[in-house]
Design a binder for this molecule. Sequence first.
Ligand SMILES: [Zn+2]
Length: 184
Amino acid sequence: MDQIYAPWRIEWVERDEDPIDGCPFCVLPGRENAREARVVARSDHNYVLLNNAPYNPGHAMVIPDAHVRDWTDLDDATMLDHARLKAATLAATRRAVDPHGFNTGLNLGGGAAGGSVDHLHTHVVPRWEGDTNFMPVVGDTKVIVEAVDRSYEHLHGGFATGDDVVDAGDLEAGEAVRISFGDG
Ligand SMILES: [Zn+2]
């Protein structure tokens, strides 16, 4: 029953072709090709990253640009922007993959809470009736990489057709969707 409490034990798995030195959630948004980095959307103070080790297809994370460890460490502007981007992620995911429901939440306190990266992130996990933990079911790394690629395309389209978009981003050119909620 562990998966009910921590369905997102693994947030990010390093792939051989793109080694990262330091915190992955600080490094990935700086990558030139957002598609390869799995960064699907950006707002003023946060961004959306697809999980490299998805619990389910479309498993995304909303992450502040700044390396903060706890919800209580967020400044007001970042917290509001984070909440709005979470809402935008729910809406984009509904448009993209039409799930029956969602799990969304935080692991705070690193390993004790089941997290593996200490840079704050909010999981947004689409759920379907009768689904199971996608990762162990699929297992094969190549299949998972292809599934995350497909999820990226679907979610990119979901974000690009949403509200508050200032730049829909060119999927083929590796550009994330740019969103601004207009409150700096
Ligand atoms: Zn970080």
